[in-house]
Design a protein around this ligand. Structure first.
Ligand code: NAD
Length: 310
């Protein structure tokens, strides 16, 4: 790379998150080459101003940095190695390319991706995000980053263009570790808050009274005070909008499943985390998949004898 050449970024995966993230890089003047297997995703990204490359291999062949934003770990590993798609990003990239893996994937898959990248003569950081599609569009994502200091330092200016918070969590895989741990707290706490509201209903306690007490006492948490699962106390929460996401039940189920995998791999005695994963797996098997994850309260209410009494 010549000293004066602007950073070229291959952006692989232009879905709900990837397209607006890539568009923010373009807006900031970065030379982006976007790629997606879906023609619809490509057209949407193009409409947002993202230049499209012929293939993943063509995109990374000219890139300094390759960002992946794909559904799950197997897609990332297949894209890296070629898998069945024949993309083979690692083989096609120039030596020393910095791979920034932004998808939410298992810690073990993130570490495998890191090893594969290093073995191919490249560098890799895992940088999963929170903030959802709105955060991707507004460039307000939070990045949880795992990797070596120098690589994270090099990734940071690009991440700053797509988000407003970048936390270096430690070595390879630890960005994903932070993501699954945080979302396990969120899943468990949303179930706890929802069960408490339904119990309050059965006991004759109003939503407002319980909120007033818990929001100012030791029950206070994000699931209660920002994403409150009952309509009323927090006017902006999805409960006031028929549980439209927000953060979809399917994504919570996915993240809790990753937490469950990590729990199994480490042998941690995390009964609540495992149970939360089961509860959200069931929720996401039906209409809950497309509802905000706070919609879990509707299932708890339905399963409580006699339904709601509020
Ligand atoms: P998405 O399904 O909308 O987009 C993924 C895109 O990857 C699709 O367009 C698909 O065609 C493309 N793709 C798959 N394999 C490919 C390959 N080999 N080469 C090129 N393109 C390929 O998913 P999303 O909502 O954008 O989420 C992406 C990641 O971000 C997921 O891991 C998700 O868990 C995580 N995440 C999503 C949200 C959210 O609110 N949507 C929030 C935080 C994190």
């Amino acid at each position: 790379m010549s000293e004066t050449r602007a950073t070229v970024v291959a952006f692989i995966g232009l879905g709900h998150m990837g397209a607006p993230m890539a568009a923010n890089l373009v807006r900031a003047g970065v030379d982006v080459r976007g790629v997606d297997l879906s023609a619809e995703a490509v057209e949407h990204a193009r409409a947002l101003g993202v230049p499209i490359a012929e293939s993943g291999a063509a995109a990374v062949a000219e890139a300094d940095v390759a960002i992946t934003m794909l559904p799950v770990g197997r897609h990332v590993l297949a894209a890296y190695t070629g898998g069945e798609t024949g993309v083979g990003l690692l083989a096609a990239a120039r030596p020393g390319t910095l791979f920034i893996e932004c998808s939410t994937i298992a810690v073990d898959d993130a570490r495998r991706a890191h090893e594969l990248a290093l073995a191919a003569g490249h560098r890799n950081v895992d940088a999963p995000v929170s903030g959802g599609v709105m955060g991707a569009e507004a460039a307000t994502l939070a990045f949880m980053v795992g990797g070596d200091d120098a690589d994270v330092a090099e990734a940071r200016p690009l991440l700053d263009l797509m988000g407003r918070r970048v936390v270096h969590c430690g070595g390879p895989g630890l960005g994903q570790a932070a993501k699954v741990c945080n979302n396990m707290i969120l899943g468990v706490s949303m179930i706890a808050v929802s069960e408490a509201f339904v119990l309050g209903e059965k006991l004759g306690l109003s939503h407002e009274a319980l909120f007033e007490v818990a929001a100012n006492a030791s029950g206070q948490c994000w699931a209660l005070t920002t994403n409150c699962p009952v309509p009323g106390p927090v006017p902006g929460s999805p409960a006031n909008n028929e549980y439209r996401p927000g953060f979809a039940g399917a994504l919570m189920a996915k993240d809790l499943d990753l937490a469950a995998q990590a729990i199994a791999a480490t042998g941690v005695h995390a009964e609540a985390g495992i149970l939360a994963a089961e509860i959200y797996r069931r929720f996401a098997a039906g209409e809950g998949a497309m509802m905000d994850f706070s919609g879990i309260i509707t299932e708890i209410r339905e399963r409580s004898d006699g339904g709601a009494a509020a």
